[in-house]
Design a protein around this ligand. Structure first.
Ligand code: HEC
Ligand code: HEC
Length: 199
C-alpha cells in the first residue's frame, strides 16, 4: 500500500518535472523568437530564421559559430553589418544558441545522374564549367558547394552577375539533384601533390 502510494507520488513528480522542462524549452524558443524580432533579423530572415525571399535561412548546425558571427559582424551583400554597439555579444550568443539548436533545413535526397542532366540543360556549366570547377564566368561550386539552405536561396535570388532561377525553371527537386551531382565531383588534388606546383 505504502509502496504504491510512493510510486504514485514518484510518477506524479516525474510528470511534473517533464511539464516544467517542456515549459522551459518553450520559453527558450519564445525568447529567441522575440529576440530575432527585436534585433530586426526576423524582418529579413523570417520569424523563425528559416529564410525569406530577402535573406537565406540562418538556423541549423551547418552554420558554424564563426560563420554566424562573421555573417552578422562583417555582413555581405544586402545585409547590414551589426557592430557590438548595436548588437551586444550577449545577444549575438543567444541568437547563435537558438540557431545551432535548430535542426535546420535537411538536404533532400538527390539523384546524381539526373543532376548532371539538369545542370547541363539549364546552362550552369556555361559559367561554372562542366564539373563545377569554375571558369572565368563563375566561381568553383564543386565538390563542396555552399550549405543547402543558402544554395537554394542564392540560386533563386543571386546578388551578383548570376541570373536568378525561379521554381518554374528549376524545382527544389532539380536543385537537390544538382546539389547531389556537385557533391560527387572529384576533389581537386592538393597543390603539394602536383610536382610542377609544389612549393
Ligand atoms: C535587411 C535585411 C537583413 C537583416 C535586417 C538581417 N539580415 Fe542577415 N542576411 C541578409 C542577407 C541578404 C544575407 C545574405 C548575404 C549574402 O551573402 O549575400 C544575410 C546573411 C546572414 C548570415 C550569413 C548566413 C550564411 O549563410 O553565411 C547570418 C549569420 C545572418 N545574416 C544573421 C543575421 C542576424 C542574426 C540578424 C539580426 C541581428 C540579421 N541577419 C539581420 C539580410 C538581413
Ligand atoms: C551567366 C553565368 C552564370 C550561370 C548561367 C550560373 N551562374 Fe552561378 N554564379 C555565377 C557568378 C558570376 C557567381 C558569383 C557571384 C555572383 O556574381 O552572383 C555565381 C555564384 C554561384 C553560387 C554561389 C557560390 C558561392 O560561393 O557563394 C552557386 C552555388 C552557383 N553560382 C550555382 C549555380 C548553378 C547551380 C547554376 C545553374 C542552375 C548557376 N550557378 C548558373 C555565374 C553564373
Amino acid at each position: 500500500m505504502i509502496r504504491s502510494a510512493y510510486c504514485n507520488w514518484l510518477a506524479a513528480a516525474a510528470a511534473q518535472f517533464i511539464v516544467v522542462a517542456l515549459a522551459n524549452a518553450q520559453t527558450v524558443v519564445d525568447d529567441s523568437l522575440a529576440l530575432l524580432a527585436a534585433s530586426g533579423c526576423a524582418a529579413c530572415h523570417g520569424p523563425a530564421g528559416l529564410g525569406t525571399a530577402l535573406a537565406p535561412p540562418i538556423v541549423g548546425p551547418a552554420l558554424s559559430e564563426e560563420e554566424f558571427r562573421a555573417g552578422v559582424r562583417n555582413a555581405r551583400g544586402s545585409m547590414p553589418s551589426y557592430s557590438v554597439e548595436v548588437l551586444s555579444d550577449g545577444v549575438l550568443d543567444a541568437l547563435y544558441a537558438y540557431s545551432s539548436a535548430h535542426e535546420g533545413i535537411g538536404v533532400p535526397v538527390g539523384r546524381v545522374a539526373r543532376g548532371a542532366e539538369v545542370y547541363e540543360r539549364v546552362g550552369c556549366y556555361s559559367c561554372h564549367s562542366n564539373q563545377g570547377q569554375g571558369i572565368m564566368h563563375g566561381p568553383r561550386i564543386a565538390p563542396n558547394p555552399i550549405r543547402w539552405g543558402r544554395f537554394v536561396w542564392y540560386i533563386r535570388h543571386p546578388s551578383g552577375q548570376m541570373p536568378p532561377y525561379s521554381p518554374d525553371v528549376l524545382s527544389d527537386q532539380d536543385l537537390a539533384d544538382i546539389y547531389a551531382f556537385l557533391r560527387r565531383r572529384v576533389q581537386p588534388q592538393p597543390v603539394e601533390s602536383i610536382p610542377l606546383l609544389a612549393p
